[in-house]
Design a protein around this ligand. Structure first.
Ligand code: 26V
Length: 799
């Protein structure tokens, strides 16, 4: 958008006074932020409205991305960037005597997602809007996001995340779009007509947040639902205290697990709540514009992000049958053609199943429909595929509802999120389904927002790239490949190194302020940031660090490549192993950081409360990107792409999207180690891996593992033992010991390479140049053209 700095400054001062009846300079940074966010939102408000109306007028196909989590990160800078006024805002603030960094720091991060799944949804929102696709989010407005992590005596403590304390400047409460969601009660059929008795009703109130595309291509909507007591019940004094509490609870907090399933009733309530609200809204707008429900799949696509929104399928059926009075076959065909499902994990413990009696009691009409889906599925498919296949794939089995089965059966597309993951789905985890309906299965490798993770998070690098290759790459990321022409250009390589060093300094400053540790910024910054989980193997890095520690103790005079190991990770509050790993990392760090033999050579930092906002500080400073999950376990990973984009070299197994990174940059530009997926499978099939034997026969491994329990590191008696037991007593489920030597070797190679700065910088540049294909823009284009069959609008030329 076009606005002068003077105009902006004037608007800002007025907006502040309108809001707080005081002057801007005297405001707190939170007030300054809130007024600024509100002002920027007001700049796009008319355009947002126009775009909504245009969508309706032009009858363009709309896509609704249903996700129980979003992780948008802070809005202010990203939105200003996408509106092309980031410079004006920054300079304007400076001229007004304000500290822009303080203002951005005052923005509360909406942590309404756990990790990869939610962040991916938000990258797609950004890409969708930037490309002009009508792609809208549908989710939950949790009043408390993912807990804030505090490290106390080395342990993770969880504190509530009250991100809405100072209100959200970007959201608009749209109470007129409220819908009623019915729970419980009795339902019986009067002919074909369902009769509801004694239901427990909840109102879903919409909060809309504008999703502002790059260069203001379009403004889409992320709609988050909040649960309230129905106003009629309130006005007639019918709502009890218990009712208020029960309703409040629905959108009170985000479940803090991302890879283990727990069949909690409240979680099921959340799932039905936001799904029903979203589907009802879509159908209401259809009615308003008198579009026939038979045209539904031509006019909208519904995306089911993991299984949590899979009740969209029976909910859509319910409306088509009960309200639109379609026949079952008509309704079913429409539903399948409208819905598509993405799987994000192959971990068995994360597969969602619900006890049927629970579903039946909470949402009786929906359960009736699911039973009918199941009955017809068996009836129609048994004669074709035989009993065995049908039994293993039906939605209801042994009194449990299998959400993935429901999602697959009710969708026309099922995709994994990286090549290897999609292959595992169709050949292994979902093999029976892919045998029956191979046409549904496809891959959509994840993508990331270059705008957030490079343009905004690393503006100096953005400048350098543009200096070299012009601006085309900003909207056409594949053309970053042109950068390869500079791989031997010493001046470009040294600028690249300078930028990395500045970013390391920034991170070092943060570490000094928050951890009280002065890290050596000439050391390699080795970064492992992601949720803490045994399959992601933070404990493998821990073993490696201990190994280096022993090496330094044994060889204090050795020529040692200095390294700073940086961790950031939250553990699910009930996940004992993960929490114990955090404690051990912190205690090992304490010993190492205080040992004079390690000074400026080996340092370990655990950054507290890692999340989307801190990621933007850490990623630009990373030199080694640790992607060390056991092959076959990480669906894709997206941190791997973000760090590559910022010039880090990947230290990785051939897992998830690391495989694709490897195919782009080649073995010589990353450090590949560890078992291949087929090898892991072979060990598992034959049960031929014995970690205890390995431990007993390998002195290096034994020494490192023993240090967890022999007092080398104080204050980890219990937690060290947990890891020891996992590795030795319980046979090292994720093959950390098996991969240990291969990992250490790859790390040694990295340390050696780092001594040759020119070579390192060249490889760094090669990584950046090859990261274009991981743009979320391409991923969204593939979803749009192959799954949603949706078109972007013709781009404006008047910006
Ligand atoms: C699963 C569950 C299980 C029940 C409890 C709550 C919960 C919440 C989320 C999930 C979804 C799977 C977890 C997930 O985030 N998967 C990650 O998705 C990323 C985006 O596709 C991908 O890059 C990561 O590899 C994958 O772990």
């Amino acid at each position: 958008m076009n606005i002068s700095k003077e105009q902006f400054k004037d608007d800002y001062q007025k907006a502040f006074t309108n809001m707080y009846a005081s002057t801007l300079e005297g405001g707190s940074s939170t007030q300054q932020y809130t007024a600024l966010g509100t002002l920027l939102r007001s700049y796009v408000a008319e355009y947002w409205r126009d775009e909504r109306e245009r969508y309706i007028k032009e009858g363009q196909k709309q896509v609704f991305y249903f996700s129980i989590e979003f992780l948008p990160g802070k809005f202010l800078e990203n939105n200003a960037n996408n509106m092309d006024i980031l410079d004006i805002v920054e300079e304007g603030c400076k001229e007004l005597g304000l500290d822009f960094d303080e203002i951005t720091a005052a923005e509360a991060e909406p942590a309404i997602g756990n990790g990869g799944l939610g962040r991916l949804a938000s990258c797609y929102m950004d890409a969708g809007a930037s490309l002009g696709y009508p792609l809208h989010g549908n989710g939950i407005r949790y009043r408390h996001g993912l807990f804030r992590q505090k490290i106390v005596d080395g342990y993770q403590a969880e504190l509530p995340d009250n991100w809405l304390r100072h209100r959200n400047a970007w959201e608009v409460r749209d109470h007129k779009s409220s819908v009623l969601v019915r729970f419980g009660g009795n339902v019986y059929l009067d002919g074909f007509h369902p009769v509801y008795e004694d239901t427990d009703d909840v109102v879903a109130v919409a909060y809309d947040i504008p999703m502002i595309g790059y260069h203001l291509s379009t403004v889409n909507t992320m709609r988050l639902w909040s649960a309230e007591v129905p106003p009629e019940e309130e006005e007639e004094g019918l709502a009890s205290k218990e009712k208020y509490e029960a309703v409040d609870e629905i959108t009170e907090f985000l479940y803090p697990d991302d890879s283990s399933y727990e069949g909690k009733l409240l979680r099921l309530k959340q799932e039905y709540f936001f799904v029903s609200a979203g589907i009802q809204t879509i159908m209401k707008s259809f009615k308003r514009y008198q579009i026939s429900p038979k045209d539904l799949s031509e006019k909208i696509a519904i995306h089911i992000n993991d299984t949590h929104p899979a009740l969209a399928i029976p909910e859509l059926m319910r409306i088509l049958l009960d309200e639109e009075k379609l026949t079952w076959d008509q309704a079913w065909e429409i539903t399948i053609n409208t819905c598509a499902y993405t799987n994000h994990t192959v971990l068995r413990e994360a597969m969602e199943t619900w006890r049927c009696d629970m579903v039946k009691k909470l949402i009786p009409r929906i359960y009736m429909i699911i039973e009918e889906i199941d009955r017809r599925y068996v009836e129609q498919n048994k004669p074709i595929y035989g009993d065995e296949l049908v039994q293993s794939t039906r939605p209801i089995q042994d009194d449990y509802l299998h959400m993935a089965h429901l999602a697959i059966i009710g969708s026309h597309s099922v995709n994994g999120v990286a090549g290897l993951h999609s292959k595992i789905l169709s050949e292994d985890v979902l093999r029976d389904f892919s045998e029956m309906t191979p046409h549904k299965f496809n891959n959509k490798t994840n993508g990331i927002s270059q705008r957030r993770y490079l343009h905004v998070a690393n503006p100096e690098l953005r400048e350098l790239i543009s200096e070299c290759i012009g601006e085309d790459w900003l909207t056409n990321p594949a053309s970053m490949k042109v950068l390869l022409a500079y791989q031997n250009d010493q001046s470009v390589l040294s600028k690249l190194a300078d930028i990395k060093h500045q970013n390391k300094e920034k991170l070092a400053q943060y570490i000094k302020e928050n951890n009280g540790i002065e890290v050596n910024t000439d050391a390699i910054f080795d970064v492992l940031i992601k949720r803490l989980h045994a399959y992601k193997r933070q404990h493998l890095q821990l073993l490696h660090i201990i190994h280096l520690y022993f090496y330094l103790k044994d060889n204090p005079q050795a020529d040692f490549q200095p390294r700073v190991f940086i961790f950031g990770a939250k553990a699910a509050p009930s996940y004992v192993f993960a929490k114990d790993v955090i404690k051990v990392i912190n205690e090992v760090a304490e010993t190492i950081n205080n040992d004079p033999d390690c000074k400026d050579k080996l340092q370990v930092v655990f950054i507290e409360n890692y999340g989307a906002a801190l990621a933007e500080l850490i990623i630009p400073a990373a030199e080694i990107s640790e992607q060390i999950s056991l092959a076959g376990k990480e669906a894709s990973g997206t941190g791997n792409m973000k760090m590559m984009l910022n010039g880090a070299l990947t230290m990785g197994t051939l897992d998830g999207a690391n495989v694709e990174i490897n195919s782009f940059v080649g073995d010589e530009n990353m450090f590949v180690f560890g078992l291949r997926k087929e090898e892991v499978d072979r060990y598992n099939e034959r049960a031929s891996y014995n970690s205890k034997d390995l431990y007993k026969s390998d002195a290096k491994i034994k020494r490192v593992v023993d240090s967890l329990v022999d007092g080398t590191f104080p204050r980890i008696q219990i937690e060290g033992q947990t890891i020891y037991d996992h590795l030795i007593t319980h046979n090292d489920e994720y093959y950390a010991l098996k991969d240990f030597h291969s990992f250490v070797e790859a790390q040694e190679k990295a340390a050696k390479l780092y001594k040759n700065k020119d070579e390192w910088n060249k490889k760094s540049l090669i990584n950046i140049a090859n990261s274009g294909p991981f743009s979320a823009d391409y991923a969204v284009q593939r979803y749009a053209s192959e799954i949603w069959i949706a078109q972007p609008k013709a781009m404006r030329t008047d910006k």
